[in-house]
Design a protein around this ligand. Structure first.
Ligand SMILES: [Zn+2]
Length: 245
């Protein structure tokens, strides 16, 4: 025990941090996609017993970042292909502009304050850190969830959560190093929701998702043919190559 301390017994938060550590390794592809996971080696490396590692892997299975193979342990899932990325954004474009509109209409559950705090926190981090890609992903998860939560539609929120869209998009490409485009687009969404402007909020969300998709497409060299992004075929930005990713 002394040579292989089980941090989960010393610290009740250890399971959560082991989860965070392994999640980070999978997302950054330090553990490659579609690779077997050696639980004992990982436990030794993280200086914990195999128990919190197994617990973390069960959680990561819920995130669809690993799968359990009967009798053979865990394996990381493959990264998305171009068609899967396109489908993910098509789903987001169906759900999230609507959610932003509902959020702007609802004065009682308006998430303006939460969104403002999120933007302030990530802006503060941008000022202190040159590469914020991982933190930006977590900010993005919270930002979009706050908008979905304010619709009070648990069916939509659950369906969205089950896509784990941010995690899988991040594995494909970790996005903007500085976060400048994402945060600027989030500011526009926030202003429309806070200002109770449903149509503007809907449009701002559509613009943000379209721009995010194009950033992935440019960065990853995804050429998925003709992605159906409603209302965007005509006004696709011409200078996408100037985006700093
Ligand atoms: Zn976003």
């Amino acid at each position: 025990m002394a040579s292989n301390p089980d941090h989960s017994q010393a610290d009740p938060h250890a399971s959560a941090s082991v989860y965070e550590l392994i999640r980070s390794r999978v997302l950054r592809e330090e553990i490659p996609p579609n690779a077997r996971i050696n639980i004992d080696a990982l436990a030794r490396e993280l200086e914990v017993s195999s128990t919190p590692v197994r617990e973390a892997l069960r959680q990561l299975q819920g995130d669809n970042l690993v799968v359990q193979e009967p009798g053979r342990g865990y394996r990381t899932t493959p990264i998305l292909n171009a068609a899967e990325l396109r489908e993910l954004f098509e789903f987001r474009l169906l759900v999230e502009p609507w959610a932003a509109k509902i959020a702007a209409m609802d004065r009682l559950q308006n998430p303006g304050y939460v969104l403002e705090r999120e933007i302030a926190d990530i802006t503060d981090l941008i000022g202190r850190q040159s590469d914020i890609r991982y933190e930006l992903m977590d900010h993005d998860i919270r930002f979009h969830d706050a908008i979905l939560r304010s619709t009070s539609n648990e069916v939509v929120r659950t369906a969205y959560a089950q896509t784990h869209c941010h995690l899988h998009a991040f594995r494909l490409h970790p996005g903007e190093r500085t976060g400048e485009f994402t945060v600027a687009e989030h500011r526009v969404i926030h202003a429309a929701i806070r200002g109770h402007e449903p149509e503007a909020a809907e449009q701002a969300m559509r613009d943000h998702l379209t721009a995010a998709y194009l950033r992935f497409e440019v960065a990853h060299g995804v050429n998925s043919g003709a992605p159906y992004l409603p209302g965007t075929h005509e006004d696709r930005p011409a200078a996408t190559t100037s985006l700093s990713l």
